[in-house]
Design a protein around this ligand. Structure first.
Ligand SMILES: C[S@@+](CC[C@H](N)C(=O)[O-])C[C@H]1O[C@@H](n2cnc3c(N)ncnc32)[C@H](O)[C@@H]1O
Length: 247
């Protein structure tokens, strides 16, 4: 069973595409005529030029909206596509879930005629800049240390890539790990956490002490006193990166 067959049951509820992030992704795709989306999940950020989505989890596939691109059940490591099958291939917030990222990235490059796009995050920047993992849940960050692929390594596997920062808006619609940086109460909601693998995979017991401290700090006002600098910010860069490569 694919991991997201258990993790992904609420995905379509909390993980809707954010229009500002969509605009960045679509700009990075440029004039690519046709796009394959690998690790496509429920279809977030797929432009209308998407000709095929590739996704291993049946639970995620079942949440794709009517009218979404056709989908094939497969993994990045073995794409059921010929060489150069699409002008552009994209893989968004998925590479860290792959069992063999080296093979998967090689497959993206094989199938793309022109452009490969990967949305990921820089774990070093994330740990330093995102208050939730820095101050409350270092255990969750440690869990990600093992699966996050360093940007330099990913860039090398891509044969060199442009690195574009993706700031997270304060009201980000897509409920990924840092989406609620200015809405800290959200992290106390189990349904929100269920849509974030960083906060659902380590297990509730691991997270409980940090979450209890956060709940306390929100009740006493300590969090707000400590983070006044964040309260008027529109967006912050906590390390999400689009890697773009042409060949
Ligand atoms: C966090 S979701 C991202 C989904 C979508 N790209 C998005 O941005 O909303 C990660 C997705 O990667 C998929 N995945 C896990 N292992 C994979 C693999 N080896 N090859 C392709 N996709 C994989 C999961 O099933 C899940 O749908």
């Amino acid at each position: 069973m694919a991991t997201y067959d258990t993790l992904g049951t609420t995905y379509a509820r909390t993980r809707r595409p954010d229009p500002r992030i969509a605009a960045r992704i679509h700009a990075a795709l440029g004039d690519a005529t046709d796009v394959v989306n690998v690790g496509a999940g429920t279809g977030s950020y797929e432009p209308s030029r998407t000709v095929l989505a590739v996704e291993p989890s049946q639970v995620m596939i079942a949440q794709r909206p009517p009218g979404a691109a056709p989908v094939v059940r497969a993994v990045a490591e073995h794409l059921p596509l010929r060489d150069g099958a699409a002008d552009a291939v994209m893989a968004l917030l998925t590479v860290h879930h792959w069992t063999d990222p080296v093979a998967g990235i090689a497959e993206l490059r094989r199938v793309a005629r022109r452009r490969v796009l990967v949305l990921t995050w820089d774990q070093r920047v994330f740990r330093e800049r995102f208050w939730l993992v820095r101050e409350y849940l270092p255990e969750a960050a440690a869990f990600d240390d093992d699966r996050a692929i360093p940007i330099d390594r990913l860039s090398e596997l891509l044969g060199g890539a442009r690195e574009l920062p993706v700031p997270v808006p304060h009201d980000c619609v897509d409920g990924f790990a840092a989406a609620y940086w200015r809405r800290p109460d959200a992290y106390l909601d189990p349904q929100v956490r269920a849509g974030i693998s960083l906060l659902s995979q380590p297990g509730e017991d691991t997270l409980a002490p940090g979450l209890a401290r956060l709940a306390d700090d929100l009740t006493t006002g300590h969090w707000h006193t400590h983070h006044t600098d964040l309260l008027n910010r529109e967006a912050i860069d906590v390390g999400y990166r689009l890697l773009v490569t042409d060949h």
